[in-house]
Design a protein around this ligand. Structure first.
Ligand code: MLZ
Length: 265
């Protein structure tokens, strides 16, 4: 429709180019996302990366999974690509002689953890190993140049992928600036960061690409597509489906004081 963002028009109107796909640590063809809501897997706790926890897929968005650590609250969901090295099938940890850990924010008595784990995994749907894809290799060099366009995760709103521009390049680092936003969301990252994607990524994965912000734009209409030159086919919107937490977790959690919100390290 009229209110949609189209890269083709936007690149023309801003006289810019997308960063070549070889610049990114992403597979050329985005990996298929065959996970289902409710499946369980092992994930590194984002707030304590050395510990591996049980996570449930609570949403599917493009090539990413929305994950929630079992035994944790619903305010610390995180998103991972299906080819992220941070996720693995249930059983991987044990095979490597490690123990699955309670998540940071597990509010129950630590002694209840083994039984909680047992009840969590008992009868659960575990994501099969074939759904986990191999992480693509690092591009050998930082080939990003100032002014190149891309799609980038807004780290302050990590469910959002937004149109962005390379604002600076220093060695292995690049500065991600968000189009139409004042700079509050901008960040430095490594060139091989998994949170950035070539122009067209969301279109291919069915993820939602946010429209640019409106700051510094005098004619908003110039950003949106012309109805006559619009493609006829709309890609399916990957709307997230929220699932209720499993009964066993809900029951255990409701008998406890509310988890305090945790600050990121
Ligand atoms: N709720 C926020 C979202 C901003 C997202 C910006 N992404 C680059 C706001 O409207 O301020």
């Amino acid at each position: 429709g009229l209110d949609e963002f189209h890269w083709e028009n936007y690149l023309k109107e801003t006289g810019s180019l997308g960063a070549p796909s070889e610049c990114f640590r992403q597979s050329k063809v985005p990996p298929a996302n065959e996970f289902k809501v409710g499946m369980k897997l092992e994930a590194h706790d984002p707030r304590n990366m050395t510990s591996i926890c049980v996570a449930t897929v609570v949403g599917i968005t493009g090539a990413r999974l929305r994950l929630r650590l079992d035994g944790s609250d619903n305010r610390n969901d995180f998103w991972r690509l299906v080819d992220s090295p941070d996720i693995q099938p249930i059983g991987t940890c044990e095979k490597e002689g490690d123990l699955l850990q309670p998540p940071l924010g597990y509010q129950m008595n630590a002694s209840s953890w083994p039984m909680f784990l047992l009840r969590t995994l008992n009868g659960s749907e575990m994501a099969p190993a074939t759904l986990f894809k191999k992480e693509p290799p690092k591009p050998p060099l930082n080939n990003f140049k100032v002014g190149m366009k891309l799609e980038a995760i807004d780290k302050k709103n990590p469910y959002m992928i937004c149109p962005a521009t390379i604002g600076d390049v220093k060695g292995d680092e690049i500065y991600i600036t968000f189009d139409g936003w004042s700079g509050a969301f901008d960040y430095w990252c490594k060139y091989d960061c998994r949170d950035i994607f070539p122009v067209g990524w969301c279109r291919l994965t069915g993820d939602v690409l946010q429209p640019p912000g409106t700051q510094g734009i005098d004619n908003k209409v110039s950003l949106i597509s012309h109805p006559l030159i619009e493609e006829g086919q709309e890609h399916p919107q990957a709307l997230e489906r929220e699932v209720p937490i499993t009964k066993s977790i809900a029951k255990t959690q409701s008998s406890l004081p509310k988890a305090a919100p945790h600050s990121m390290p």
